[in-house]
Design a protein around this ligand. Structure first.
Ligand SMILES: [Zn+2]
Ligand SMILES: [Zn+2]
Length: 342
């Protein structure tokens, strides 16, 4: 394990994690992590990939080169198991499907979210607009979000799964058994996979070794992103994995310790947004007041939307804990229950 712990840069790399199990670190130029981790699991009866990077020509070629470097021919791939539909984890799935007949598998809830997002003929723009007015986005922010969605939709070819997975199902091949663990939070159908014999937990975007994972509020996110996130976390802890293999960043072994650190950060953030709702405020306004390294005025449209989604997720969590109240209608106005009335 020592070698994987050391490989923090974004160079392409192939690391043997365990017997016939490799981490393929594929570069994603311009991505905030700089790379994504795909995992290759080989057996006497074919191989499986957990997640695949973007389907751009260079990235796809780098993936295939790494699969071959591990001694596996792409034609021997039987499945791609997706943790979720984001293009840094699923982008090349359609290419492997059409070129090599690899069967693509994802959780039923993720397939529903993917279809709603890209295949319902303009319905998403309406849902996005409703969300923007709910959080109180300013006109420039709303315009940015709608334009950004149109761009993403125009370049996205959603992959159709050959296999729709259910929670707790076991995918078996060549004597290996991979359990499907539905872990919503980051997305509604976000799925972790457990290699039952080796106790390896492939954790997608649920948790990283050093950075905070995101479970934020946005269209087609879970209704209560953080509530689901922490419920999923309890399930993952109960699996007692020996090693956690995340979708970005380095593998690590003590999941409970990592989640304790994150819990403290989440609790602190939740009380911060609660404090900021002293006068009736929208999620957008509260996001603008949150402490961060760069001032709100310096954030681009994307960063403002992300910050607002994060603020709303904490506010929803605070609402369940009766730390804030929320008005009905759009925009939703938040107010702390202990603060000054305004
Ligand atoms: Zn993601
Ligand atoms: Zn990701």
């Amino acid at each position: 394990m020592a070698s994987t712990m050391d490989s923090v840069d974004a160079k392409p790399s192939l690391v043997e994690i365990s017997a016939r199990t490799w981490l393929l670190r594929v570069r994603l130029p311009g991505h905030s992590f700089g790379s994504v981790n795909a995992y290759l699991l080989d057996s006497d009866d074919g191989a499986v990939l957990i997640d695949v990077p973007w389907g751009t020509p260079d990235t796809y070629a780098e993936l295939l080169a790494q699969v071959r470097a591990a001694g596996v021919e792409p034609a021997a791939l039987r499945y791609v198991l997706l943790t979720h539909h984001h293009d840094d984890h699923a982008g090349a799935a359609g290419l492997l499907q059409s070129e090599y007949g690899v069967r693509v598998a994802m959780h039923a809830a993720e397939w529903r979210a993917l279809r709603a997002r890209f295949e319902d003929g303009g319905g998403f723009a309406h849902v996005l607009q409703q969300w923007l007015s709910r959080v109180g986005a300013d006109p420039a922010g709303a315009e940015f979000a709608l334009r950004q969605y149109a761009e993403i939709a125009s370049r996205t070819r959603p992959v159709r799964p050959d296999v729709v997975l259910a929670d707790d199902e076991v995918v078996s091949f060549g004597g290996r058994r991979i359990r499907v663990v539905h872990a919503p939070g980051h997305t509604p159908g976000h799925t972790c996979y457990l290699d039952e014999d080796l106790r390896l937990l492939f954790s997608g975007d649920h948790v990283f070794a050093s950075r905070r994972a995101n479970a934020t509020s946005r269209p087609y996110a879970p209704e209560r992103p953080l509530k689901e996130y922490w419920a999923s976390t309890e399930r993952l802890l109960a699996l007692e994995p020996a090693v956690v293999l995340p979708g970005h960043d380095d593998p690590f072994d003590d999941l409970a310790a990592r989640m304790r650190v994150l819990r403290a950060v989440y609790d602190e953030k939740r009380s911060e947004v609660t404090q900021l709702a002293t006068t009736r405020s929208t999620a957008w306004q509260i996001a603008a007041r949150m402490r961060r390294r760069r001032a709100w005025s310096e954030l681009d449209g994307n960063a403002r939307l992300a910050a607002t989604g994060e603020a709303e997720a904490y506010l929803l969590d605070a609402l369940d804990a009766e730390m804030v109240t929320a008005t009905k209608g759009r925009p939703v106005l938040w107010q702390t229950t202990s603060g000054v009335s305004g």
